[in-house]
Design a protein around this ligand. Sequence first.
Ligand code: S3P
Length: 434
Amino acid sequence: MIAPGGRLTGRIRVPGDKSICHRALLLGALATGETHITNFLESADCLATLAALQELGVKMERAESSAVTIQGLGFEGLRSPVRELNCGNSGTSMRLLTGLLAGQPFESVLTGDASLHRRPMLRIIEPLLRMGAVIKSTSGHAPLTVHGQRPLKPLRYAMPLASAQVKSSLLFAGLQAEGETWIKEPATTRDHTERMLGSFGCAVLRDGEWFGIYGGRALRAADVTVPGDLSSAAFFMVAAAAQPGAHLIVEGVGINPSRNGVLRLLWDMGADIRLLHEHMLGNEPVADVEVHGGELRGLDIGPEMVPLAIDELPALLIAAALAQGVTTLRGAAELRVKESDRLQAMAMGLRTLGVELQLWDDGLRVTGGNGFQGGEVDSFGDHRIAMAFAMAGLRAHSPIHIRDCRNVDTSFPGFAGLARNAGLPIEVSERLPP
Ligand code: S3P
C-alpha cells in the first residue's frame, strides 16, 4: 500500500545490474581461471542462473553478499545435470543458458514458473536447431530439453526481432561453434554480452551491420564490477522527474547507450535530469543521475525507441499519465510477452487509477495530467508492474494498493526499504509464498 503525500529526496544506490550479472556468471563459468564479480545482484533471477551453473558442476563462492568468485571450467568442464535447471521467473536465465547448453554434449532440462512457461522460446530454438542442437519444447514453450552438440555449426543469422536475450543466446552457442558466427539485429539492443566478451579475451568482429565471434577459442577469466541497474533506477528517476519539488541522486548507475532510452525519453518529456561523474566501470559507462522534479509533457514514443527502453516502459507510462498532454507508444508488442502482458497490465492499472487511455495491439495512447485517484491494482505477479504502480503513489489523491508483489525480488530485492528511505510512504502487507 502506498499512502499519498510522499516526496522523493536524497541520495540512493540501487542494486547491481541484472543483465550484466547473468552474463558475468555465464562467461565466468565458461572461462578458464577465477572470475570475481563485485556488486553482484542477489535477486531471484540471478540466483537462478547461479544455481543452474552449480548444478552443471561450476564451483561458486559468495564470500560477502555482493561478491561472487567463480572457478571457471572452460568449454569442456561442465557436467551433465542430475536435476532440472529451474529458471524461476527469469527469461534471461532460460534463453542464455539454452544457448550455452546447445554446445554441451549432454541432456539438460530447463523449467521455470508459470509465467516463464508462457513465454515464447521458438525465437531461440529455431536458430539453435540450425546450429545443430536438438531442443524439445511444448509448442515452443518451456520446459525445454536440450541435447547439446559439440561442436556446433557456425551460423549467419539476421534476427527477425530485436532481442538481446536471443542475440546473447546465439553468442553463447557461437562461442562453441566450429568457425565464425555472424549476427545482424533489426534494431540496437543492449550490448552487455559483446562488451563483456571483450573483457574475457574474445574480441567481437564487426562488418557493417553484422557482428561476429570466433568459436572454439578459450575465454580468460576476468573481474567484473557491476554498475547499478538502470532498470531499477528508472522507477525512482521517473517518479522524481514527475514530482515537482523532488530532488534525488541515484549513484553509480549504468548508462550504456544501447539501453538508456529511459533517459532520452525523459529528457524529451522535459525532465530536469543531469548526469554527474560519468566514467567507465570496466567496459560499461556509469554516472550518478541527478533528478529535479517538475512538470513533464507528453510525447510520441516510436518503435525505434522500444528496444532501448524495453524494461522501463511500464515506469515511463506512469510518467506519461502525469505529463501534460497525450503520450503514444507504438511498436511495443514485445511488452505482451514479458513476465506478464505488460501493455494489458498497465492499461488495467492506469484505468483503475482514473487515467484515460486507449489500448492498441502494439501500444497505448495515454491522456495525462490529471494525477491518480487511489484504488487497487493488480501487478499480475510482474515485478516491474508492481514497482511502476508503487511510484504512482507519489502523485495519487488517496492510497494505492498493489496486489501480488512477491516477485519484486526477481530484480530488486530491498525495493520497499529503499523506496521508503527515499520518501515513498510504502507499506508491505502481503508476503505470499513464492
Ligand atoms: C534482457 C533483455 C530484454 C529485457 C530483459 C533482459 C537481457 O529482453 O527485457 O529484462 O538481459 O538480455 P528481450 O531480449 O526479450 O527483449
